[in-house]
Design a protein around this ligand. Sequence first.
Ligand code: NAG
Ligand code: NAG
Ligand code: NAG
Ligand code: NAG
Ligand code: NAG
Ligand code: NAG
Ligand code: NAG
Length: 926
Amino acid sequence: MNLVNFLNNILLIHIDFIGEIPKELGSLSELEILSLANNSLIGTIPLLIFNLSSLISMDFSNNSLSGSLPDNMCQHLPNLEEFYMSYNQLTGPIPHNLGQCRMLDSVMLSNNQFGERIPRETGNLTLIKNLYLSENNLIVGRVPAAIFNISTIKILSLCGNQLSGILPSTAELPNLEQLPLFGNNFSGSFPSFITNASKLSLLDISNNSFSGFIPSTIGNLKNLEILDLKSNYFTSSTPDMNFLSSLANCEILRVLRLGKNPLNSIIPSSIGNLSISLEYLNINDCNISGNIPKEIGKLNNVIELQLQDNELTGSIPNTIDGLQNLQRLYLQNNKLEGFSPNNLGQLSELAELHLGGNKFPGTIPTCLGNLTTLRKLYLGSNKLTSVIPSTLWNLEDILYFDLSSNYLNGSLPSNIGNLKVAINIDLSRNLFSGNIPVVIGSLQNLQNLSLGYNRLVGSIPGMFDHLISLEFLDLSSNKLSGVIPKSLENILYLKYLNLSFNQLRGEIPARGCFANLSGDSFMGNLALCGFDPQLKVPPCQSSTHRKSKVLLLIVLSLNIAVTLVVLVFLFVWLKCRKKDKKLPSNIDMSPQETWRRISYHELVRATDGFNEHNLLGKGGFGSVYKGRLDDGMEVAVKVFHLQFEEAFTSFEVECEVMSRICHRNLVKIITCCSSYDFKALVLEYMPNGSLEKCLYSDDNVLDISQRLTIMIDVALALEYLHFGYSTPIVHCDLKPSNVLLDENLVARLSDFGITKLLGEEESMIQTQTLATIGYMAPEYGREGKVSKKGDVYSYGIMLMETFTRKKPTDEIFIEEMSLRRWVGESLCSTVMQVLDTNLLGRDDEHFSSKEELVSSIFSLAMECTRESPAERMGIKEVAIGLINIRVEFAKFKVNDAQGYQIQVSFLHFLLINCTFDFSSNSITYL
Ligand SMILES: *[C@@H]1O[C@H](CO)[C@@H](O)[C@H](O)[C@H]1NC(C)=O
Ligand SMILES: *[C@@H]1O[C@H](CO)[C@@H](O)[C@H](O)[C@H]1NC(C)=O
Ligand SMILES: *[C@@H]1O[C@H](CO)[C@@H](O)[C@H](O)[C@H]1NC(C)=O
Ligand SMILES: *[C@@H]1O[C@H](CO)[C@@H](O)[C@H](O)[C@H]1NC(C)=O
Ligand SMILES: *[C@@H]1O[C@H](CO)[C@@H](O)[C@H](O)[C@H]1NC(C)=O
Ligand SMILES: *[C@@H]1O[C@H](CO)[C@@H](O)[C@H](O)[C@H]1NC(C)=O
Ligand SMILES: *[C@@H]1O[C@H](CO)[C@@H](O)[C@H](O)[C@H]1NC(C)=O
């Protein structure tokens, strides 16, 4: 039995159990251990539970219990040793007679809403080892001094309350190991008893109001691993932090945080004597002056070094390269003026470099380009000059790139397009000139782009509308000219735009993200006009004459574009053919450097020589095998049957497409292997097989909301293919066997073998139709016309199949009758005649509402499969429609929580109808 475990006098319930605690539990008078932790219990704890006088351990942590504990709760619990109530929503005071549970060893009441004071009687718990009262924001006032007299205590956790007052000056806590007191309002000097607690490994008194010197006896705490004193009013008794040299005795110190205290010192060279195990060192905002001592380079294991917001001067010491594990370096807002450039470039793990707000002069060191692990680079507000070194564009993983407020010059190179994943690029307030590189438009993750206050000229690239994530765009105070591209209206999430003080002219676009902008975004330009008086620009005069000219231009440039596309295709095709012929017969790995290299022999080993046992499926041009690579990773290997001419193209298309795309709902490629006589794709292995397999298997029936979620995922994948990339991608072969399910049943679209890349055009004609009968759109079958709407048709058919469990090729569909027609006709009578019978019964409590929702799923499917492609919905609307339906379904789940009620009533049944004989471990039915 998974749900309930009766074993001797123990009751453990540990699956997601919703509902109130059954009162009947109170009758199990011999119960010794009661654990209902990590469920979803609600309501109050029945008083009877506190009458279970044999209880040794009571654990209700991690539920949603509310109400308060009875004030006399310990009256009948003489044996209680463990009392665990953390992570609930309990209120009221901590019971006054807690001290009467004399045997208590561990009390955990953290993360509730207990109020009032810590009762004085808590000090009577003379056996207690672990006392957790943290994160109960309402516990106010002083801590009873008696608690600090409990010599057995190991962990005393009071953090995250509103406790105040001073701590006792004397106390004997020889066993104390952890003392987290942070986030209160304790005051007074450093509690001197602490340095006598020789077993202490964690001392965190940060975010309080302690003051006075940090004692140099702190070095007595030889077992200290974590020392956090930040955000207090501590000072140093000497101008060189003498306590720091005593900390050299703490040989296992890992974390030292002193930030935000008025230490008013210099960093002594004894810092280099701190423990070699130190990983986090933070002395920010402490009014530290002087140089950074070169001894800091001895701290070889530091991961994070924070010295920002001080008065440090001089250079970054060239010993910095000793910090070989450094991931984050914070030196911003000091008065540093030298880089020690070559040494910085050696920090091979560095992910964040914060140097803004200093006085760094001269050119940006080229070696920063070596820091390829860098995700955040802040060099703003310094005195940097000259051009940006080209090596900086090697930082392809950078997310935040800030060079603002310097004296950098030169034009912005198109290499800026290398920063493909950048979220924030700030180059404002420099002396950059030249045009804005058009490639910036390809940075699809960019949320914030600031190029204001430079000397940029030329026009605003129309490509900017590809910046689909953009929220903030500042191009103000440059010399930009031309008109504002109307395409900018399409930047959906734009919240801030500033084009003021340029030389722009023409009409201010009025739709999309422009609808809410005010005149402040367009001030001081040459000749802007607009229709909204709010914009404070003169109204525009409409001119049809100009429009026709523009139209002509568009037609011309379209022609040129089409010609170009054809030429490029021809060129690529010729190149590929040539390459294929020349290839030797040993394996040549894909050109994608990011892909893993896997040899033919490893694939042979992985699949046991492409053994039939590992065959997952066979398609038109290839077979798919399950395999296990040398490092243990499970993969699916798709080997192409090269005896078919089409297999070559299919391989190339799939390889090409899969190298470009990346989405949660697409199968990920691990690598492509290609030689003259062997071509294979190595893909992620999907343990749950295909949607087709799951749909027609009898063991694990997918329920309505699982099927909905799968189909929503497929729609999102299609949406990404159709709109997420500059070249729309049409899958062309949507069907349940191409939808794979990962271990969490998340759908992943696969098989891109006959996928088409659409150019500028809406559709293209394909001479050979390769798709699957039943799923392919009529225009594709008849004329070979490939379009996004063709995918929508196949999707609609698949949606019908998913909910009817009938293939479009089922034998019942003969002559005029088709899956589409069958479903369509049911919409006029009742969908129950077509719905998969596993999904909904007439005895369901919400039958009629659910039936209605199923009808709307089928109606959507009908809209997707209209005869005329133009009348079909877009895949985005389909996804939104299905998501709304899923939301409606989710409401029933919350309302009746059917499954859980069964569990609760099962437990009631057990408790009411059975007796428990603890001596023989048996349950008898009454
Ligand atoms: C608990 O037990 C005591 C004495 O055995 C009894 O007086 C009291 O009513 C019981 N409490 C509840 C809530 O039943
Ligand atoms: C418990 O603590 C209170 C107050 O500190 C004290 O008066 C009382 O004697 C203690 N009870 C026992 C049993 O020690
Ligand atoms: C703590 O113990 C000391 C010495 O044993 C004693 O003097 C003091 O009164 C005790 N404090 C409390 C609050 O019990
Ligand atoms: C620390 O321990 C010593 C020796 O046991 C004792 O003399 C001293 O009073 C203690 N200091 C504090 C603050 O408890
Ligand atoms: C660091 O430790 C060494 C060896 O214990 C000692 O000689 C030296 O004086 C210490 N340096 C500082 C600055 O305390
Ligand atoms: C404009 O602002 C209104 C109210 O602040 C908001 O509801 C609306 O979504 C905004 N429109 C756009 C296009 O941002
Ligand atoms: C745009 O920039 C100009 C110049 O810096 C400034 O005066 C104006 O307030 C800014 N507009 C907005 C909307 O912030």
